[in-house]
Design a protein around this ligand. Structure first.
Ligand code: SF4
Ligand code: SF4
Length: 211
């Protein structure tokens, strides 16, 4: 799948996601906000100018977003997280936001009341898709915008040349996603939980953390 597909899941299947910023005291602050619009490489949300969230966005110009599709438990769900740079685009696209999300007309019924709102665009960032509904689990990293270096956040583990192919990591990996059949043992990153069990138990300290 492409970035546009993951953004579409975020808007259409998740829609209301947790947005994290830092408050005035340097502490984490989070709230649920709707993803109003997406295009091939960015997403849009709104907030009112009177809110603390608005002030934090204007100062920090960065936000982290995380949400899950509905389901009875984790095995029914897909999660999408993105973190990246945002910009205020004023009332540009506000009409489109209301046209695409008609329920907003009940919250802000008059055109005058909508003057309290402004639109933000996340235009550059990194995302992570995580699907627990398939076996083995599936994960993929994707990017918004062009400049990936400024916000890349690398996770996970990799196997170095110190490996002697003992196979211990494979036997303890909860997703069996370590290939010990080749001369060079490797982790299939698309199915890795990032749990760190292999890293803990490798007798040769051949597994390292990425990033
Ligand atoms: S446990 Fe360590 S040494 Fe053994 S196969 Fe895995 S990475 Fe290689
Ligand atoms: S981090 Fe966990 S899931 Fe990933 S390869 Fe190691 S043991 Fe397997």
């Amino acid at each position: 799948m492409q970035t546009a597909d993951y953004l579409k899941i975020l808007k259409d299947e998740i829609h209301s996601a947790v947005f994290a910023t830092i408050d005035e005291n340097g502490l984490p602050d989070a709230r649920v906000i709707d993803i109003m619009l997406v295009d091939s490489s960015s997403l849009y949300f709104i907030t009112a100018k009177g809110k603390g969230f608005y002030r934090q966005l204007m100062v920090q110009k960065f936000v982290a977003i995380s949400g899950m599709t509905e389901g009875k438990h984790s095995l029914d769900k897909k999660a999408v997280s993105v973190r990246g740079k945002i910009r205020n685009i004023g009332n540009e696209k506000l009409e489109e936001v209301f046209a695409e999300n008609p329920y907003m007309n009940e919250i802000y019924p008059s055109v005058e009341s909508r003057n309290a709102l402004e639109v933000f665009q996340m235009y550059e960032g990194q995302g992570e898709y995580f699907d627990l509904s398939v076996k083995p689990i599936y994960r993929e990293t994707f990017y918004l915008g062009g400049n990936h270096d400024s916000h890349t956040n690398i996770h996970g583990f990799y196997i170095t040349e110190s490996c002697n192919q003992c196979g211990k990591c494979f036997s303890e990996c909860p997703q069996s996603c370590i290939d010990v059949t080749e001369r060079t043992v490797s982790i299939n990153q698309a199915h890795c939980l990032h749990c760190g069990r292999c890293y803990e138990i490798c007798p040769n300290k051949a597994i390292l953390k990425r990033g």
